[in-house]
Design a protein around this ligand. Structure first.
Ligand SMILES: CCCCCCCCCCCCC[C@H](O)CC(=O)SCCNC(=O)CCNC(=O)[C@H](O)C(C)(C)COP(=O)(O)OP(=O)(O)OC[C@H]1O[C@@H](n2cnc3c(N)ncnc32)[C@H](O)[C@@H]1OP(=O)(O)O
Ligand SMILES: NC(=O)c1ccc[n+]([C@@H]2O[C@H](COP(=O)([O-])OP(=O)(O)OC[C@H]3O[C@@H](n4cnc5c(N)ncnc54)[C@H](O)[C@@H]3O)[C@@H](O)[C@H]2O)c1
Length: 621
């Protein structure tokens, strides 16, 4: 929907208006494999707040042309040969009759709110009038996309054809059959007898539901995302007025959002940056994709058991080795898959096939022939060196070794290896089955070609090739320091619920103390112990931060090592919601401590900004 397209559209609308008497019907078709990708997001990225009035005029201009075509009095047929998203779906909705090619890859719908925008090119008004205020919500407020079949069930597509070459003949046949039938050239909502499905907001049932809708939405967005709120407002306000006014209402909301910093940030992150990652921006150039055939995992604790699941669920034979906990580690995969089986999302056969790929063992000899071994034992340098030396000889020819360490420099760990050039860091995040990110860390001696992007996990954003600078990597400077700041705040006497709630108010999905519990407080203590040992070897004394000392007290004094071990900053009563450990109040809270909520929010966010800037400075990509 760039400026050139807008000019062409306006001219086409003027032309059909002139030629009206000789037109029997209009076909909207695309010459590309995608039907239409919607508004020009590059243009939106260039917009400024002062562009608001101009953008409003452009949106209104586009919709005027849409309206000219759909109210001309001739049947309009949209031939949907491929994906139609956002403004593209809004173009499809010009057609009174919509025909789609059957293709499981085709996606229709309105992804706008995921980009900080709203479907203000007629999408809100038309989808609401077509489906009703309640039924349209998932498509408008949650950007639920759908394929041709679902579209047909919803009445949004009227015909499905087997191949693209059938679209035009079917459209022509429809136009021929529609001659003399005025309703075939009219949208539902333009008919005199139109009634909104389910009722308008004046219907008491709808009014009752709408009265709680903003609160429900706010609970999800925490007031941090303006687009879903604007979309809900445009839906409801639009449902109370005539069609043209409803269209203008959505244009106003859209113009405001389109020229906002929030939308630019979201578009840049969720569309352009995500596309670059999917397109392999982080991959070493010209490196072939690589999938190991057999993977060994050392340590079947929290991380090892999750990594085993992630390998087996991608069909990779996995040997899970632990001194004592290998069976328990495999049981984690059983637990995860059983939940899916119980919900009917996985067959028992598939579960059995996945579990059969995990071989629990206490014996290093079972690792023979692995082309990748990932070490995930305790965060202790000597132990890691020992298990590396024990397992490495089992590698298949050309295989390589990886450590899942959170904090220990890879170059240092690689000194235990007989092949430091085949030693890398592969850092999974907890919980492994949910987190898409995997960080690849290059040690000083790692051969660059070892950094083939591993297909260990599906999903985008999977790799940050950090290299290794200053013997630290992403997790260390980034998350670790963030966590430390939060633990530190608790140590200053700031109440735990204040820290947790303010962090969520600035957009974190869960409170930071909850995250620390998940990753295990005992892990922080292992890291601290190792750091002290390292300093001592150099004749120095490590000065632990207040945050580190607090966690050490939690683990060593109060015996609260984290969620997996029964409790940490939170208690985890069986079958109930977690609750903050009541004794945090008596042990850490200081009565009369003064704090400003804004300062706490700033401390949480500035730390992220500073660490992000450092990552960029250090070339983490
Ligand atoms: C001063 C301010 C400007 C004001 C403009 C005013 C305009 C007013 C219009 C208002 C009315 C409409 C409002 C509408 O409701 C709002 C929207 O439409 S928001 C956009 C919604 N659309 C999308 O989210 C779709 C985005 N695209 C995709 O999901 C995919 O590209 C696809 C369509 C599924 C196709 O996938 P692929 O085949 O894999 O192709 P690629 O993804 O690799 O894309 C190829 C190439 O095209 C670029 N591109 C794709 N879509 C857009 C886009 N919408 N805008 C800009 N560029 C787009 C993509 O970046 C690739 O570029 P390359 O990397 O090759 O440079
Ligand atoms: N916890 C996290 O959130 C997280 C995230 C990313 C990376 N890591 C890293 O992953 C590694 C493991 O962390 P974890 O949280 O899974 O620890 P964990 O304590 O849950 O598990 C460690 C496992 O190692 C096993 N082990 C000890 N010695 C062994 C040996 N000689 N041979 C085989 N197994 C042995 C233990 O029995 C235990 O099951 C650490 O290096 C940690 O820094 C942890």
């Amino acid at each position: 929907m760039c400026l050139q397209w807008q000019t062409d559209l306006t001219q086409a609308a003027e032309q059909v208006l002139k030629d009206k008497a000789s037109i029997q019907g209009i076909i909207l078709a695309s010459a590309k494999s995608t039907f239409f990708a919607g508004a020009d997001l590059k243009g939106v990225m260039r917009s400024q707040a002062s562009d608001g009035p101009r953008v409003f005029t452009e949106i209104e201009g586009i919709k005027k042309a849409f309206r000219t075509i759909e109210t001309l009095g001739v049947p309009v047929v949209s031939c949907l040969n491929g994906t139609a998203l956002g403004g593209g779906w809004e173009v499809a909705l010009i057609g009174h009759h919509r025909i789609a090619t059957a293709n499981p890859k085709t996606q229709f719908g309105l992804p706008e709110v995921t980009l900080g925008l709203i479907p203000g090119g007629g999408g809100i008004t038309k989808m609401t009038r077509q489906l009703g205020l309640l039924a349209a919500q998932p498509y408008v407020l949650e950007s639920k996309l759908f394929g041709p079949e679902e579209a047909q069930k919803l009445g949004l597509v009227h015909e499905i054809v087997a191949s693209d070459d059938q679209l035009r003949p079917r459209a022509l046949a429809h136009i021929a059959a529609a001659q003399g039938q005025p309703e075939a050239a009219q949208h539902l909502w333009d008919r005199k007898d139109y009634k909104m499905p389910g009722g308008t907001p004046s219907n008491p049932k709808i009014a009752g539901m709408l009265s709680v809708a903003p609160a429900v939405l706010k609970q999800k967005t925490r007031g941090l995302y303006p687009a879903p709120e604007a979309a809900l407002a445009a839906m409801v306000e639009g449902a109370m007025v005539d069609f043209d006014t409803a269209m203008r209402i959505e244009s106003r909301y859209l113009a405001g959002l389109m020229t906002s910093q929030v939308a630019r940030n979201m578009i840049n992150t969720f569309f352009f940056n995500m596309n670059s990652i999917k397109g392999g921006q982080s991959r070493p150039k010209a490196a072939p994709r690589y999938k190991p055939q057999k993977v060994g995992i050392l340590g079947a604790g929290m991380m090892g058991s999750g990594i085993a699941y992630s390998q087996a669920s991608r069909g990779i034979a996995t040997v899970l080795k632990d001194r004592e906990a290998a069976e328990k580690g495999k049981a984690y995969s059983h637990k995860l898959t059983q939940k899916r089986v119980d919900k009917g999302r996985m067959t028992a056969d598939k579960q059995a096939a996945l579990l059969s790929l995990i071989q629990p063992t206490a014996s290093a000899s079972d690792l023979k022939g692995c082309d990748l071994i990932i070490e995930a034992v305790f965060e202790n340098r000597e132990l890691k060196a020992k298990v590396t030396q024990e397992a490495e000889p089992m590698l298949a020819e050309g295989g390589f070794f990886a450590s899942n360490t959170s904090t220990l420099p890879i170059s240092g760990l690689a000194t235990a290896s007989a092949n430091a050039n085949k030693f890398v860091g592969i850092h999974f995040f907890s919980p492994v089955d949910k987190m898409q990110l995997v960080e690849i860390i290059r040690g000083a001696q790692t051969m660059t070609r070892r950094l083939r992007v591993l297909r260990l996990r599906a999903g985008p954003g999977q790799v940050a090739d950090c290299g290794e600078r200053l013997a630290r990597f992403l997790y260390q400077p980034y998350l670790w320091h963030l966590c430390d700041g939060r633990r530190g705040m608790l140590g200053e006497g700031i109440p735990a619920p204040v820290i947790e709630n303010l962090a969520m108010q600035v957009g974190m999905p869960v409170g930071p103390l909850a995250v620390l519990d998940e990753t295990a407080l005992s892990l922080s203590v292992h890291v601290l112990d190792q750091t002290r040992e390292d300093f001592a070897k150099e004749g120095k004394t490590y000065q632990a931060t207040p945050g580190e000392l607090l966690v050490e007290r939690m683990v060593k004094e109060h015996k609260r090592p984290g969620r997996a071990a029964g409790g940490g900053f939170y208690d985890y009563p069986a079958g109930q919601k977690k609750v903050l450990w009541p004794e945090l109040k008596t042990r850490f809270e200081k009565s009369g401590v003064s704090y400003s909520q804004q300062d706490i929010k700033d401390r949480l966010l500035y730390r992220q900004a500073v660490e992000t800037a450092r990552c960029l400075q250090e070339g983490v990509c």
